[in-house]
Ligand binder design. Structure first.
Ligand code: BG6
Length: 525
């Protein structure tokens, strides 16, 4: 490790051998294969898994959607969307030829039962030709209203193996899983009539990010930091998931019914909060981890601050400029009603009412059209009890006496993936002058590229490991926390406070911290 403000030279186990078990064999069936997610995330992840030897040569990947398309057409589209690139660089024609042979496309109206018998027959033909067997992953990359009908139809054609069967079916559900607490519970209840919980994989792609997984390893794989992460030493914690982009093309319909609270805070932000706040699990396994995360979610509250408006701030972007480019307002985006009350930003001050964290504020924020795409958790420690050292710092003609700055431990999830610890040192010279510096671990010290979130998560589904997926009670606890806020906004017809595109959100969000004598960090990209 170095102790500089710029970069580091951490020991790098760069050529450490990777544990690689036998590749897994199963059919991967993607429902909703015409969508953006399939081309941008799922197929590139499957290619990299196959290229790294994790996905068996006999495993077919079958895209399923309503549009008519040939296998060749589908393969061409995917290649184009991948821009001829895998994670490790350009894909050679020979590699693509070998990989694309296992890519198939079958037309099916997922919503209606009629096509399923024929679909099953076609699938079995592919599997028999490949010698795959009947182990299957079905990835539901569709709109959520198709989740239940699709599973019912699979049930009608006996594609859901029972507990005793030697074959398995695992179904991955993209978010949103439910719209609020009641709908999430209903969906789980309905699916449970057809699938066992062990067959259900509710995805939150943040959990697949390498840097997110490292939060647990950092906390529980070291002994020197964990004793400090509690109310005795921590002043407060800030969690930011900010995006510079606005609405991606074609997403207006979904997003306007969702908003930042449902789209990102309910899942990604609360998961980050769980990982930084949870107690160490007794064992590092799925059950123990879920139990500990669940306890955090159950302890989450807005405190005794009265009205929700005192601790939650919704915002909506107006026109401005982001990263040097002009940006239109949310209300001018495609398919957004001119009177939309949907929030594109939300900030809140919450607390985790347990022994470890009582009294420590957690400030959460997420939003679109903010100055940079940054996700991070910043733990700010308390100041030393006595201020013994001061430095005169001048800015032009204005000089001030500056004392110790609070130590900060910052987990940078993306981009510039890193962990930074800031502390004070003596500025070289004949006086005791205090100067802040950082210890900086950057992921670049590992030469191998970080796997994409979907790669890791798809591999876990193949392995049957649900540790990095959301269990139903965990998901419901997150909805339980968020639903009263949604209901309140709905009841009061709350208008989100406008903020200029390219700013860090509405003024009221700053006020939330200023009221406590604190301020938000302005993380650089
Ligand atoms: C998705 C949201 O879950 O996460 C998107 O639906 C958001 O609106 C995205 O843009 C952010 O993910 P990432 O990995 O780019 O931080």
């Amino acid at each position: 490790m170095s102790t500089s403000d710029s970069g580091s030279t951490a020991d790098s186990p760069t050529d450490a051998p990777q544990f690689r078990p036998d590749p897994e064999t199963a059919s991967v069936i993607i429902f909703g294969a015409s969508g953006d997610l399939t081309a941008r995330k799922l197929l590139p992840a499957l290619y990299d898994l196959w290229n790294d030897g994790y996905l068996c040569d006999q495993s077919p990947i079958i895209g399923v959607a309503r549009r008519e398309k040939t296998d060749e057409g589908f393969r061409g589209e995917i290649f184009e969307a991948m821009n001829g690139q895998g994670r490790d660089g350009a894909i050679s024609p020979d590699q693509w030829e070998r990989f694309s042979k296992r890519l198939f496309y079958r037309q099916l109206d997922i919503a209606t039962a009629d096509g399923y018998p024929n679909f099953k027959k076609q699938l079995e033909e592919i599997e028999d030709a490949q010698g795959t067997g009947r182990n299957r992953i079905v990835y539901m990359a569709t709109s959520p209203d198709l989740f239940l009908p699709a599973i019912e139809h699979l049930g009608f054609v006996n594609m859901i193996p029972g507990r005793e069967s030697a074959q398995w079916l695992r179904v991955v559900f993209e978010k949103p899983f439910g719209h609020d607490l009641t709908s999430a519970q209903q969906l789980t209840d309905n699916l449970r009539r057809l699938l066992r919980e062990q067959q259900i994989y509710r995805i939150d792609h943040y959990l697949g990010k390498e840097t997110v997984q490292n939060i647990l390893l950092f906390r529980f794989g070291n002994s020197i930091f964990e004793p400090l992460l509690n109310r005795n030493h921590v002043d407060h914690i800030q969690i930011t998931v900010s995006e510079s982009q606005g609405l991606e093309r074609g997403r207006g319909g979904y997003y306007d019914n969702s908003g930042a609270l449902r789209d990102v805070l309910q899942n990604h932000v609360l998961q980050l909060l769980c990982l930084i706040a949870m107690e160490p699990p007794a064992l590092f396994n799925s059950v123990d981890l879920h139990e500990e995360k669940l306890k955090v979610l159950k302890a989450l509250s807005g405190g005794n601050k009265g009205d929700i408006t005192n601790w939650v701030v919704p915002g909506q972007y107006s026109a401005g400029s982001v990263e040097g480019k002009p940006a239109i307002s949310y209300l001018s985006e495609e398919r957004i009603p001119p009177d939309s009350r949907t929030e594109t930003f939300v900030a809140m001050k919450v607390q985790v009412d347990n022994w470890r964290w009582a009294g420590v504020p957690f400030y959460l924020r997420t939003g679109k059209r903010l100055p940079a795409r940054v996700s991070e958790i910043a733990v700010q420690f308390k100041l030393p009890p006595l201020n013994l050292f001061n430095t005169v710092e001048c800015d032009g003609n204005i000089c001030a006496l500056v004392g110790a700055q609070p130590n900060q431990l910052v987990f940078r999830i993306q981009p510039s993936e890193s962990i930074k610890l800031s502390f004070s040192t003596k500025r070289p010279g004949m006086q005791y002058q205090i100067h802040p510096v950082t210890m900086d671990f950057n992921y670049k010290t590992f030469t191998q590229p970080l796997p994409e979130a979907y790669e890791r998560l798809l591999l876990d589904v193949l392995r049957g490991d649900s540790t990095l997926f959301m269990r139903s009670d965990e998901l419901e606890a997150a909805w339980q926390f968020v639903t009263p806020i949604l209901d309140f906004w709905n009841r009061k017809k709350t208008l989100p406070e406008p903020y200029r595109s390219g700013s860090w959100g509405p003024r009221a969000a700053d006020q939330l911290l200023n009221n406590d004598g604190r301020s938000w960090r302005s993380p650089a990209p």
